[in-house]
Design a protein around this ligand. Structure first.
Ligand SMILES: CC(C)(COP(=O)(O)OP(=O)(O)OC[C@H]1O[C@@H](n2cnc3c(N)ncnc32)[C@H](O)[C@@H]1OP(=O)(O)O)[C@@H](O)C(=O)NCCC(=O)NCCS
Length: 180
C-alpha cells in the first residue's frame, strides 16, 4: 500500500518517455477509470478518442492547458482545461483524470486540483472556473466542494450508467472566491 500523503504531487509537461505508460492506461478498455470518467459514453467511442489522442500527443509538443500529474516520479494522470466560447469571456472548464487507481482516495486528486486551479488563475484571465461531472462520482464531487466550488447546474437523470439514471452536474468558482 502506497503512503500517498508523503509523496510529492507535481503538475508538469508530458515527456516522450511518459507516452508508453499513458497509452496503456488510456486505451485499455477494461481500465477502472472508465467506470468514473464519462462512463455513460459508449466504450468504443472512448477507446477511439483515446487512440486519436495518443497519436496527437506523439506528434505535438506539450501545451499549457494540459499537464501530467507526477507523484513521486510516476505519471498517474492528467489535468486539462478548455476555455468555453466566446474566448475572452473568462470561463474555463477544468478536468482531471487519475488513470492509475492505486492513486485514488489518498488526497492526490485534491492536491492536483488545487495546483491546477492556482495555475489556471495565474496563467489565464479566468473569471469563473467550472468542473463537470455526474452524480455518481462522489470523489470528484467532494473534491470540488473541498476546493470551494459549489453546484451551479444539475440536469436530472440524463446520465445512464449500469442501467441506472444519474444527474449531470456542474460546479463553479469565481476568481474572487478562491482561497489558496
Ligand atoms: C476524481 C479524482 C480526481 C479524485 O481524486 P482522488 O485522489 O481519488 O480523491 P481525494 O483522495 O483527493 O479525495 C477527494 C474527496 O473524495 C473523498 N473520497 C475519497 N475516496 C472516496 C470514496 N471511495 N468514496 C467517497 N468519497 C471518497 C475524500 O474524502 C475527499 O473528500 P473530502 O475533501 O471531503 O475529504 C480521482 O478519483 C479520479 O481521477 N478518478 C477517476 C477519473 C475521474 O473520475 N475523473 C473525474 C471525471 S469528472
Amino acid at each position: 500500500m502506497l503512503d500517498l500523503q508523503s509523496l510529492p504531487v507535481v503538475l508538469r509537461d508530458r515527456r516522450p518517455e511518459d507516452l508508453p505508460s499513458m497509452g496503456r492506461w488510456l486505451t485499455d478498455p477494461q481500465a477502472e477509470w472508465r467506470k468514473w470518467d464519462s462512463p455513460y459514453t459508449p466504450a468504443e467511442q472512448t477507446t477511439q478518442t483515446m487512440q486519436s489522442y495518443m497519436e496527437f500527443m506523439k506528434v505535438t509538443p506539450p501545451e499549457a492547458d494540459e499537464r501530467v500529474i507526477d507523484v513521486g516520479g510516476e505519471v498517474v494522470g492528467l489535468v486539462n482545461r478548455d476555455e468555453e466560447d466566446p474566448a475572452g469571456a473568462g470561463w474555463w472548464d477544468l478536468g482531471i483524470l487519475i488513470f492509475n487507481p492505486n492513486y485514488w482516495g489518498g488526497g492526490v486528486g485534491g492536491r492536483a486540483l488545487r495546483l491546477w486551479v492556482q495555475d489556471t488563475l495565474d496563467w489565464t484571465d479566468a473569471h469563473t472556473l467550472t468542473f463537470t461531472t455526474w452524480s455518481g462520482n462522489t470523489r470528484m464531487i467532494r473534491a470540488a466542494h473541498s476546493l470551494g466550488f459549489r453546484e451551479c447546474m444539475r440536469v436530472r437523470e440524463v446520465r445512464v450508467v449500469g442501467g441506472e439514471r444519474y444527474d449531470s452536474l456542474r460546479f463553479d468558482l469565481l476568481r474572487r472566491e478562491w482561497q489558496p
